[in-house]
Ligand binder design. Sequence first.
Ligand SMILES: NC(=O)c1ccc[n+]([C@@H]2O[C@H](COP(=O)([O-])OP(=O)(O)OC[C@H]3O[C@@H](n4cnc5c(N)ncnc54)[C@H](O)[C@@H]3O)[C@@H](O)[C@H]2O)c1
Length: 276
Amino acid sequence: MALFTGKKGIIMGIANDHSIATGVAKILHSEGATIGYSHLPDEDGRGRMEARVKKATDGLNPAFILPCDVSSDESTHTFFQNVKERFGAIDFFVHAIAFAAMDDLRGSTLAASRAGFLQAMNISAYSFISTARAAAELMPTGGSMITMTYLGGERVVPGYNMMGVCKAALESAVKYIAFDLGPKNIRVNGLSAGPVRTLAAAGIGDFKSMLTINSAIAPLQKNITQEDVGKTAAFLLSDWSQSITAENVHVDAGYHVMAGPSHALEKLATLVQKPH
Ligand SMILES: NC(=O)c1ccc[n+]([C@@H]2O[C@H](COP(=O)([O-])OP(=O)(O)OC[C@H]3O[C@@H](n4cnc5c(N)ncnc54)[C@H](O)[C@@H]3O)[C@@H](O)[C@H]2O)c1
């Protein structure tokens, strides 16, 4: 029997095949999960966002793909009402959503505008509180939920700027929501992924350098993949992690423990010694 046989849940945050959430969907599907998805509603009503999620989940037998804009209480409420009608109860919930306007993200944290900051916090941090609340309503006998975060919420990562502040709020929300939902046997964890090339990552200044630095410094000397995230997500969402909650699990090849360049320095030394 596969890990998710007979289990149902929702994944929010697929934009295309490169999305971190798509990696999670693939692993959960391969382990027998029944999954419903959200897509960001199109402003022009042409259905391009829905089509992208359809394409990314092609072959994954989606139970449904429904619109949800997490910056709207009404849209969030309607989405979860629809989930309730289709699924009744759910076992797991994946939140993989973040947004900041490019101007605010690319500028220094000090330069962030009030409106840009509030929008980024609303979509990237508050949305986990509102969707976790709605998802918990559908977990009468318990369940597991995760959100996606990044090291920039714990430490200063040049280029991550204002999104680091949002991730710090998100990671704190994970702990407090885990406290709120613990008595209901609902576990809540953060998955802190290393850099992965996605649509959202394209907004981060000099993302290419982040990838180079990560793989050079990380103990495992590599960058991570969608599949790495998917497998850890499956662990956190399954009964195999039944006593883990309020945790921030790093899937970053160990990068977060390093305080110096280590292997990167050795590599640099070899390069310097090499005659041109
Ligand atoms: N890519 C990385 O390197 C990396 C590393 C660590 C954590 N993360 C986090 O993983 C999560 C997923 O990002 P990704 O990198 O897969 O990029 P992505 O662009 O594929 O996914 C971001 C998702 O957020 C959704 N979204 C944005 N605004 C929304 C709104 N108002 N309502 C509903 N959905 C909305 C988008 O539609 C998209 O599906 C984010 O929280 C991101 O911060 C990414």
